[in-house]
Design a protein around this ligand. Structure first.
Ligand SMILES: Cc1cc2nc3c(=O)[nH]c(=O)nc-3n(C[C@H](O)[C@H](O)[C@H](O)COP(=O)(O)OP(=O)(O)OC[C@H]3O[C@@H](n4cnc5c(N)ncnc54)[C@H](O)[C@@H]3O)c2cc1C
Length: 415
């Protein structure tokens, strides 16, 4: 039974889980909690959530001889994994990768556990073999390095992705998750139960015995003879958690609506502490009316600038997509407002005609599940009012409630 296990042994068991799994080796019992009268189902390993982390855990546990069942809240699997870019960070040099990652903790002033970090890098180095073992005839390629290139040793980590076979359209996260699905369902015949929402861990003293799961509307007690794995993703669709754990701003959501922080709450209810809750990956984006989720801005040409609500340029437009929140999260402590949220991307007619302002973006729920097709010349988005167009800078400023004097001066200086 899953008593407390060390962080290192936990990590070792689950190579190549996509980043961000909410997993917690815990447990403190709540004495007096009623145990189920009977168990409705049982398995050695009960996995909650069928994204990359759940799939990796299922494959690893099954290959170690366990009888595994995956329970997924939504009618399909995939989660954020399937709408992601499908990029996998794999160290090419152990020591340099550890050095780079240590520095990211240091500059974020973030609590670090060297044993965990080392185990992470050792296991991540095996990820390429793991990825290629998922399905036959797959190819992977390198398309970059670790994200923060001004931090030394960032090229000690390569960014890999599955190559889309000729004649196919599937890409990024869908390619990755299709391969997971093949490995889980076709090769290993691991059962996946859909419309099955994990509600609560069932614990006794310091043991996790199983989980309460709502399956097709009925609450069932599921016994886990060896472990429950919480792989329920993040919490971007939970407003309360966003307001408690992020920076107090309102964020648009980019990913999968199934991610409502359930696993984090289940772990907390069983006594788990939280760690590293103060950082976000957050590009700049916008929402097209009628869609649940946002689209990332990804300008195809450098002929654009970002300006704040005063019409002033405030940032190098080349800023890294994942950390844009840190470029805009400025509180004006005199006027008590956030002058960069929202901010505006200003571009000319040449840039409009060059291509969609979401550029080559292929990831995100809006494009991959809500099937939004951005118009090639941005004209449909102008019609929808998502992009505001005007014949002069002054008029553009007026339409957006921005100081015309400042915006004219900003554009003049930029030009
Ligand atoms: C647009 C976008 C692009 C990205 N690109 C990259 C990239 O290129 N490289 C990278 O490393 N990372 C990327 N990420 C981040 C990455 O996708 C996630 O960190 C990763 O997919 C998380 O995997 P996961 O298995 O933990 O969660 P998910 O893949 O989100 O899966 C969680 C699953 O759990 C289910 N679930 C939720 N609650 C319950 C419950 N109570 N019971 C049962 N099931 C439940 C959800 O429905 C979901 O299917 C990107 C994210 C986004 C949004």
């Amino acid at each position: 039974m899953s008593k407390l296990i060390s962080k290192r042994s936990f990590l070792k068991g689950f190579a190549a889980a996509a980043a961000g799994a909410a997993a917690a080796p815990l447990v403190h019992a709540k004495p007096g909690d009623p145990l189920p009268q009977k168990w409705d189902r049982e398995a050695d390993v009960v996995i909650l959530g069928y994204g990359g982390a759940g799939a990796s855990a299922a494959i690893t546990a099954k290959d170690a001889g366990a009888d595994v069942v995956i329970f997924e809240k939504c009618p399909q699997g995939g989660g954020n994994t399937a709408v992601s870019s499908g990029g996998m960070m794999i160290p090419n040099n152990r020591e340099r990768a550890i050095e780079y990652l240590r520095k990211t903790y240091d500059f974020a002033n973030s609590e670090k556990d060297d044993e965990l970090l080392t185990a992470f890098v050792d296991e991540a180095m095996k990820s390429k073999d793991f990825l290629l073992s998922l399905a036959p005839d797959q190819k992977v390629y390198i398309y970059g390095h670790a994200g923060f290139q001004s931090i030394p040793e960032s090229d000690g980590i390569d960014k890999w992705r599955f190559r889309t076979p000729k004649g196919q359209k599937t890409r990024g996260g869908d390619m990755l998750f299709n391969n997971y699905r093949y490995a889980v369902e076709t090769v290993r015949k691991i059962p996946v139960v859909y419309n099955a929402r994990g509600l609560e861990l069932i614990t006794r003293n310091d043991e996790v015995l199983g989980a309460w799961i709502e399956i097709d509307g009925k609450k069932e007690a599921v016994k886990a003879k060896k472990a429950v794995v919480l792989a329920t993703g993040g919490y971007e669709f939970d407003d309360k958690m966003l307001s408690n754990h992020t920076m107090g701003q309102k964020f648009h959501r980019l990913g999968h609506p199934g991610n409502t922080g359930d696993g984090v709450r289940m772990a907390q209810a069983a006594g788990a502490d939280l760690w590293h809750m103060n950082a976000l990956s957050c590009p700049l984006g916008l929402v097209v009316p009628g869609l649940k989720t946002a689209l990332q801005i990804n300008m195809l040409a450098p002929s654009h600038i970002y300006v704040d609500q005063d019409g002033k340029r405030f940032v190098n437009e080349k800023m890294d997509n994942h950390t844009c929140i840190y470029g805009v999260n400025l509180l004006d402590a005199v006027k008590h407002r956030y002058p960069r949220i929202p901010c505006f991307v200003i571009f000319d007619e040449e840039a409009r005609k060059r291509g969609p302002i979401i550029g080559g973006a292929t990831s995100g729920y809006a494009l991959n599940r809500e099937d939004y097709k951005w118009s090639k010349d941005n004209s449909a988005e102008i019609e929808k009012g998502v992009i505001v167009s005007a014949p002069t800078i002054e008029e553009l400023a007026k339409k957006n409630n921005v100081s015309a004097e400042n915006l004219v001066e900003t554009v003049k200086r930029w030009n």
